[in-house]
Design a protein around this ligand. Structure first.
Ligand SMILES: NC(=O)c1ccc[n+]([C@@H]2O[C@H](COP(=O)([O-])OP(=O)(O)OC[C@H]3O[C@@H](n4cnc5c(N)ncnc54)[C@H](OP(=O)(O)O)[C@@H]3O)[C@@H](O)[C@H]2O)c1
Length: 328
């Protein structure tokens, strides 16, 4: 299988922390309907195609298969060593308590069969009662989030060399302000929903000012996370028009636009042709007219903190308004 014709560019993360640069496109491994063995096979195919950046989370159930695929790729000589890949994982909300951060990261590393993560993220600015995670969660299980305490524990993981870089996910400017005020090691990355139909202008400007790199999840509009069956990215007529004119797919136009914003895409495909396509965005560019049209696409956020919780029940110890502010 041919690997990417053009090398994947890398972005330097905040200096001084010992993190390796992050490849500008990463492969996501969250799957709406997980199939046993599918993640391992798809990651191996991706490595053959030239992917060197993988995104997982304690909550996805894909740390084990991702680790197996990387180990197998080393055995087969597709990789010289684990050092060649950039691996991100995330701390789930049931573990977002200062004393649970380090044990949770050690568990993640055991699942991945790895000595360290390239990037460890707090998955959401939300804490749930410790215990076996359920999805959706009970509103009653949401508890006050000790953001400063959890961040100090993340810094300890970094100091121990278990996380080469540390960061956050789904954080708004308000949450980031609190972390920055408390941090000795500021967050290197904020991973958020970002695509042409949810461009995150406010957050991107804030992060650029603070030296926080932005990574985009759901860069193609996601996996029907809101259950409506619609997709404002892959179904966009504006993007379809640009794709036709450039001789590219709609997905490639979306990923190219994200790359041109200085943002790293975390894109999920378990299909070899689409994996190949999603990496083939580095030797062409959009025109100013394309960019203008994309800037006018109506904006809508899909992934909401409230979707973590079941419809029933009541929040008893947190104000749901603190979980998320939708900043356009
Ligand atoms: N931090 C967070 O809270 C958070 C939340 C959501 C996601 N994530 C991460 O971000 C990753 C990506 O986000 P996502 O999974 O929500 O959605 P996404 O990458 O925007 O979209 C994935 C969907 O698009 C399809 N697809 C992929 N490439 C395509 C192409 N070239 N043409 C047409 N369809 C294509 C995939 O199907 P096939 O597999 O069949 O190709 C899949 O159904 C996740 O896997 C996860 O690692 C993080």
């Amino acid at each position: 299988m041919a690997s990417a014709a053009v090398p994947v560019p890398e972005v330097a993360l905040r200096p001084g922390g010992g993190a390796r640069p992050m490849p500008a496109v990463g492969m996501g491994t969250a799957s709406l309907q997980p199939v046993p063995g599918a993640t391992r096979d798809a990651v191996l195919a991706a490595i053959e195609l030239g992917y060197r950046h993988f995104d997982t989370a304690a909550m996805y159930g894909t740390e084990g298969p991702l680790g197996e695929a990387v180990a197998e790729a080393v055995r087969r000589g597709l990789l010289r060593s684990r050092e060649e890949v950039f691996v991100t994982s995330k701390l789930w909300c049931t573990q977002s308590h200062p004393d649970l951060v380090l044990p949770s990261l050690r568990e993640t590393l055991r699942s991945l069969q790895m000595e360290y993560l390239d990037l460890s993220l707090i998955h959401w600015p939300v804490a749930l009662k410790p215990g076996v995670p359920t999805f959706p969660s009970r509103k009653e299980d949401a508890v006050p989030f000790d953001l400063e305490g959890v961040w100090r524990a993340m810094e300890e993981c970094h100091r121990l060399g278990l996380a080469r870089a540390i960061g956050v996910s789904n954080f708004t400017t308000k949450h980031l302000g609190r972390v920055l005020a408390a941090a000795t090691v500021p967050p290197a990355v904020n991973q958020v929903e970002l695509n042409p139909a949810w461009q995150q202008r406010t957050l991107r400007a804030y992060c650029a000012d603070k030296g926080i790199h932005v990574a985009a999840y759901s860069p193609l509009g996601g996996q029907n996370w809101d259950g409506t069956g619609s997709n404002a990215v892959l179904g966009s007529e504006v993007l379809a028009g640009i794709a036709k004119a450039r001789g590219k797919s709609v997905a490639q136009v979306a990923l190219r636009w994200i790359y041109e914003q200085g943002v790293t895409s975390i894109v999920k495909s378990y299909n070899k042709e689409r994996l190949r396509q999603n990496l083939d965005i580095f030797d062409w560019e959009l025109t100013d007219d394309d960019r203008l049209k994309i800037s006018q696409i109506p904006q809508k956020k899909i992934v909401r903190a409230e979707a973590l919780f079941s419809q029933e029940g009541e929040f008893t110890s947190v104000d749901p308004a603190d979980l998320e502010i939708v900043e356009e």
